[in-house]
Ligand binder design. Structure first.
Ligand code: PLZ
Length: 454
């Protein structure tokens, strides 16, 4: 009998120490077989996952606050996804859309055209990974504008391929030793409310001021007429769940419009209901020219997309976009089922409700514990930035320690941030509220037991 599926109890349960004996045996085999350059956050090996829990090979059941890095938003092995995938696998697994097209690809394109912001004519192209979607957005913007410059931001994460490594801000571990990188990629300062402070006149650097600062850098160092696209995460993911100050994104968008620059929202991590809106740009009423999607859109199957204005999407030469697996039929079937799950289970509202619960819990923690410097996020994409009390000095060791100790107690928490000092919370949107509350009880215990306030 398989362990997983809808019957898998949504509980936290520890039967062995973590990692248990079976995970330790697998770790030994892994060391001899898997490149040491591939890391894993968790020390245990998965046997099953459903809803908001992961069960390991020793039978321990963990509350999952990471969702495989914002992927299983509809829940791990969501029933509609499992059913649609099973059905599609029995029909055909692959034909290659570039060889023999099929309807699920067209249906996913129609769905993405409908759910992304903007009520103009749109087109979509499908790929496999988030990095591929970002690369293709750049290709499309270049073909459309006839320009080559790409503008990205401090703390950005866009992937690990050669072009997207150039676009990603953080060197270690993503870029170390992997250069040379693609050229004509330029970095501008982001709006980072917790760290922005004041300008030389003592005025707070709010959203519009941060946008003006970024635009000045681009105009001085690149020149607007050389820029094909500006690529920005509406809520930064790996960079630390940074929510730009209100007004930053609208001012940036307005500037791109004035200069014929393609505005690309990288919604790979923030998109698909995660923040309580289908896309995070909706919180500020932003309508990007192109949106990149991946992760949550297919309930755990590898699928990504670029969606946007028809005249931009149709600019590359015929045959210029594609790939063997892009828009794989099994992944497309999963995406249609994931979207049905979001709609039929009211997951946008669930994301908002889980976000409210997490915000309350994290703000209470911040009031008790001065090492919590900032609580931020949108919807079910929340984070805390940990610092030395009373300062902005990042405390990455504390973040690592809290994540490790939470794991020992049956709660999976991921870290992120340029300084490695951010704990991020991305539960499945279907997670039962009592289970989420239990995870935060555990976190409270861990914080109370680690250092300064203990
Ligand atoms: N754009 C905004 O968050 C992937 C990567 C983790 P891929 N983030 C998790 C890691 O260490 O590799 C991401 C993202 C944003 C693009 C990507 C890239 O998506 O599917 O990992 O290629």
């Amino acid at each position: 009998m398989p362990l997983g599926g809808p019957g898998l109890p949504q509980v936290r349960r520890l039967l062995t120490e973590v990692p248990g004996p079976r995970s330790r045996a697998l770790a030994a085999r892994r060391r001899a077989a898997v490149s040491a350059a591939v890391g894993s956050s968790m020390p245990f090996y998965a046997a099953a996952a459903a809803g908001g829990v992961v069960v390991d090979v020793d039978g321990n059941s963990f509350i999952d606050l990471g969702s495989g890095i914002a992927v299983t938003s509809v829940g791990a092995s969501a029933p509609r996804v499992v059913e649609a995938v099973t059905e599609q696998v029995s029909q055909f697994t692959h034909t290659c859309f570039m060889v023999t097209p099929y309807d699920a690809y067209v249906a996913v394109a129609e769905a993405l055209n409908e759910i992304t912001p903007g009520d103009f004519e749109k087109r979509t192209a499908l790929f496999t990974s988030g990095a591929e979607a970002v690369e293709n957005a750049v290709k499309i913007a270049r073909a459309h504008t006839g320009r080559t410059g790409v503008v990205v931001f401090d703390h950005a994460y866009h992937g690990r391929t050669n072009l997207t490594m150039a676009m990603t801000a953080k060197n270690m571990p993503y870029k170390e030793g992997f250069g040379p990188f693609a050229t004509d990629v330029h970095r501008a300062p982001l709006s980072y409310p917790f760290r922005d402070g004041v300008d030389l006149e003592g005025n707070p650097i709010d959203g519009p001021a941060a946008a003006a600062r970024a635009i000045a850098v681009i105009e001085k160092q690149v020149g607007a007429s050389n820029v094909a696209c500006v690529v920005v995460e509406p809520v930064q993911g790996e960079g630390g769940f940074i929510v730009p100050a209100e007004g930053f994104l609208p001012a940036l968008l307005e500037w791109t419009r004035a200069h014929g620059i393609v505005f690309v929202a990288d919604e790979v991590q923030s998109g698909f209901a995660r923040t309580g809106a289908m896309f995070a740009c909706e919180h500020e009423g932003i309508v990007p020219d192109l949106v990149t999607t991946a992760k949550g859109i297919a309930g755990g199957l590898p699928l990504s997309g670029v969606t946007g204005r028809a005249e931009i999407m149709d600019a590359p030469v015929v045959g210029g976009l594609g790939g063997t697996y892009g828009g794989n039929p099994v992944a497309c079937a999963a995406a249609l089922a994931a979207l049905a799950t979001v709609r039929e289970e009211g997951l946008l509202e669930r994301a908002t409700a889980l976000g409210a619960l997490m915000t309350t819990r994290l703000q209470a923690l911040a009031r008790r514990d001065p090492r919590v410097g900032d609580v931020r996020g949108r919807g079910a994409m929340m984070a805390v930035e940990l610092v030395e009390p009373g300062t902005h000095v990042p405390d990455a060791a504390l973040a690592a320690r809290v994540a490790r100790e939470a794991t020992q107690r049956g709660v999976m928490v991921l870290t992120c941030g340029t300084y490695g000092n951010v704990l991020r919370f991305l539960p499945a949107l279907a997670m039962p509220e009592p289970l989420l509350a239990e995870a935060f009880d555990v976190l409270d215990e861990v914080f109370a037991g680690t250092g300064a306030t203990a």
